[in-house]
Design a protein around this ligand. Structure first.
Ligand code: NDP
Length: 287
């Protein structure tokens, strides 16, 4: 079994980003982090992203807005950031309060500053296999992990359990592309999939993105396969665990990501990479 050390791979990416950013002449890339309300998990995610910016030399601004803010006022704030030439990337921390429509918010962010890659135009570009859009951070991070570990993807059966718009669907769209490092046969499973175990056992690469602690057991995997655990779950004891029963699955797998230290750090590293890309796009735009 080979451990996929996402923490180390992400740290290496951050080092090279820091180097690239230190070479930039003039202003540095600037990421706007918008948070609505004071949910502890969201605050902690924002802190993590802000610290990552600091570490690699990116500028960041945290815009804290009250839970009861009207959708219209949030959209106006986003528009202000869209028009600000000194802001290269905009991230709105999800989830949002119930009275705000997430779709409206993601669609309001200028596509060229949409570093999360959730804008319909960026999702559309990904689906069409067009270059130049932003790829959502978690799927992109998984792709980089597979490439770095030289895990064969072409012609392989990738089974993704979880069809969310932020992980499962964009990852399926990415790995199925007719491009080097992709060309996979992808099955996208979910809570209504029949014979889930039969599907997961046929996976050369199994991606668990359910948010269901330790759901993937030893008998659900194909021996010698690659296991990518996206899940982040906190047990009653406060321990972080993934969607995969690591202890029993790891001895059978050829490659496996740990939780924590697998996909999570890659998501943040890809956010930093996307922000640098956003900066390059901003510079190319006529003012
Ligand atoms: P969502 O809740 O949006 O989606 C979960 C998906 O899993 C749904 O498609 C759901 O099916 C499916 N699912 C749930 N239970 C089962 C089951 N028993 N059998 C089959 N399918 C099931 O979650 P997210 O995609 O937002 O997140 C998934 C997990 O990944 C969470 O733990 C989250 O914290 C973590 N995460 C980690 C990131 C990282 O950087 N490491 C980034 C983003 C998320 P259905 O659609 O039918 O309801």
């Amino acid at each position: 079994m080979r451990l996929i050390d996402g923490k180390k791979i992400a740290a290496d990416i951050r080092v090279s980003l820091r180097h690239e950013i230190s070479q930039l002449v003039g202003r540095k890339p600037h990421l706007a982090l918008v948070i609505v309300g004071d949910h502890p998990a969201s605050l902690s995610y924002i802190r993590g992203k802000k610290n990552a910016c600091l570490e690699i030399g990116l500028l960041s601004s945290v815009i804290e807005l009250p839970t009861e803010i009207a959708e219209k006022s949030l959209l106006e704030k986003i528009d202000e950031l869209n028009k600000n030439p000194l802001i290269d990337g905009i991230l709105v921390q999800m989830p949002l309060p119930k009275h705000i429509r997430e779709y409206k918010v993601t669609a309001a962010i200028a596509p060229e500053k949409d570093v999360d890659g959730f804008h319909p135009l960026n999702i559309g570009k990904l689906l069409l296999g067009e270059e130049g859009g932003f790829i959502p951070c978690t799927p992109k991070g998984i792709f980089v992990l597979l490439q770095t570990m030289q895990i064969p993807v072409q012609g392989k059966h990738v089974v993704i359990v979880g069809r969310s718009n932020i992980v499962g669907k964009p990852l399926a769209a990415l790995l199925v592309q007719k491009k080097t490092g992709c060309n996979a046969t992808v099955t996208l499973a979910h809570s209504q999939s029949a014979h889930l175990e039969k599907l997961t056992r046929s996976a050369d690469i199994l991606v668990a993105a359910m948010g269901s602690p330790l759901f993937i057991r030893q008998e659900m995997i194909k021996p010698g396969s690659a296991i990518i655990d996206v899940g982040i779950n906190r047990t009653k004891e406060g321990k972080l665990v993934g969607d995969v029963d690591f202890e029993h699955v790891a001895p059978l797998a050829e490659w496996i990501t740990p939780v924590p230290g697998g996909v999570g750090p890659m998501t943040i590293a890809m956010l930093m990479q996307n922000t640098l890309e956003g900066y390059k796009k901003t510079l190319k735009r006529p003012s």
